[in-house]
Design a protein around this ligand. Structure first.
Ligand code: SF4
Ligand code: SF4
Length: 477
């Protein structure tokens, strides 16, 4: 054992940490984050996604389908309409399936690509960036905004603040109106709201959501993501070593520091200088105000702004891109990410099964529901003709969007005589109450209680396979 292990001098890694005094004080006032604008591939990608989702959000409630609002969650009438699909409280299982599928889709995406939902699709992020964009258009770049806030109030500052908050409030109000338009007919909503004719609930919900949008996107911003949103708290439970997240390659970047642009790779290697020039751009563009070089942090929403900023710096320095990039812990350690890992495959399998069941449930859904209520006051009665008669109330719900005529028939009795309408027209979305009495010859009844079935059959050619069969009892003695 005479061989000695060679000693390698490693430069200490400089980690940016908050000041200890601030770190221990949970009541330190929040410092306002002045986000610097950045351009790059990921920012373009987010803008594209943002525009698509924003466009869908704005356009969807204005679409008409079969002469009515295509997407309308009418809570008052307990009816959710999504194009040709109408969901009733009886369809709660379907709604539960949809929510389960959405939850598993989120689990799958988070395990695979971290918090991309937060960074690219979440309404909080989208609206915050819209508000920041307005702020920048009115008050100028990051440095100008800082200077403006430090200046004492004068006419120019007052005007800029007034226009900015006015535009924020306008965007917030339009957002709230469109959002409420998913729950109440949107064309009437806009007219009624601006002519002060909308109901108390519509007005108060619109103002409430407008205030929430203004407060969240204008004032609270990153606080929503770092302190309020529960998803930020539990998403780390879905992370593993192969999850893609925005990360800084410390092995390549450290030791960081400024250097002449012309310094060649050999000189840098000799002085153990890494690729990070400590330009601080990755921190200045971060909407949550963190330094990604400190490692994975729960505040990071994976928006990729620091990736774009750093790539820009790398281009200027003529270094390879990707000092900050979407990568996994395993890749950073020099390994290869494993896509087919049990957790991800498990989520994918459950997602596929749930989606399949949802499709089956959707396609096997019958747009008709029937409830049979026996008259509880009299078990049975004898008619003048000596027949035994039972009385029922049928509740027929036409769950489609079109008027349909249904035919009522009974099985389980010999030659039943039905008093009441057996052919009935029900409007789309209507619940019709139909009282009928059924009479039979006493000699045909073998038991005191006979199991019978009501069949309600749609009669139109296109719905000939739509029917509902409901069991009931026929009582005698
Ligand atoms: S660290 Fe980068 S990816 Fe994370 S929130 Fe900040 S800018 Fe976005
Ligand atoms: S942007 Fe890149 S080079 Fe500049 S400080 Fe951040 S990691 Fe270093």
């Amino acid at each position: 054992m005479t061989e000695k292990i060679p000693v390698k001098i490693v430069q200490p890694v400089k980690i940016h940490q908050p000041k200890q005094a601030d770190h221990n004080n949970h009541y330190t006032p929040r410092s306002h984050i002045y986000v610097r604008a950045v351009k790059g591939a990921l920012d373009n990608f987010r803008r594209f996604f943002g525009l698509v989702f924003l466009g869908l959000f704005v356009i969807l409630p204005w679409l008409q389908f079969n002469g009515q609002q295509a997407v309308l969650f009418n809570i008052g009438e307990q009816r959710f309409t999504i194009f040709s699909l109408t969901l009733w409280p009886q369809d709660l299982t379907l709604l539960a399936w949809i929510l389960i599928v959405a939850a598993y889709a989120l689990f799958f995406v988070t395990t695979f690509a971290g918090r991309v939902w937060c960074g690219f699709m979440c309404p909080q992020t989208t609206w915050t960036f819209i508000f920041i964009w307005i702020e920048e258009a009115i008050e100028g770049t990051r440095n100008k905004r800082i200077k403006l806030d430090q200046r004492p109030m004068n006419f120019d500052k007052f005007l800029r603040k007034l226009v900015k908050h006015g535009l924020w409030l306008l965007v917030a109000l339009l957002t709230a109106l469109i959002f409420v338009g998913y729950f109440t007919p949107i064309d009437a909503l806009f007219i009624d709201f601006f002519t002060f004719n909308s109901t108390f609930w519509v007005t108060s919900s619109t103002l409430f959501f407008a205030l929430c949008t203004y407060g969240n996107a204008g004032w609270m911003r990153e606080i929503m993501c770092t302190h309020i949103c529960p998803y930020a708290r539990f998403q780390s439970a879905m992370f593993d070593k192969d999850t893609l997240t925005v990360a800084y390659d410390a092995a390549r970047g450290e030791s960081r520091g400024p250097r002449p642009r012309k310094m060649d790779a050999e000189t840098r290697a000799g002085k153990s200088i890494g690729d990070c020039v400590d330009c601080n751009l990755c921190v200045l563009v971060c909407p949550t105000g963190i330094d990604i070089r400190n490692g994975l942090q729960y505040e990071c929403i994976d928006c990729g702004k620091c990736v774009d900023a750093c790539n820009d710096t790398m281009d200027k320095m003529r270094y390879p891109r990707g000092l900050i990039k979407f990568t996994s812990e395993r890749q950073l350690a020099g390994g290869k990410s494993n896509i087919f890992r049990p957790k991800l495959v498990g989520y994918a399998a459950v997602l596929l099964i749930m989606s399949g069941l949802l499709v089956v449930e959707l396609f096997s859904r019958v747009p008709l529901a029937v409830d049979i209520i026996r008259d509880r006051n009299t078990l049975y009665r004898e008619t003048n003709e000596g027949l035994i008669e039972n009385v029922y109330t049928l509740k027929i719900m036409n769950k489609s969007q079109f008027t349909e005529t249904y035919e009522v028939s009974i099985t389980g009795l010999t030659s039943p005589q039905i008093t009441g309408q057996t052919r009935i027209k029900v409007n789309g979305g209507e619940v019709l109450t139909l009282p009928i009495s059924v009479a039979v010859d006493a000699y045909s009844l073998e038991e005191a209680v006979t199991d019978i079935r009501f069949k309600i059959q749609a009669t139109s050619v296109e719905n000939i396979d739509v029917s509902a069969v409901e069991p009931s009892k026929f009582l005698y003695k």
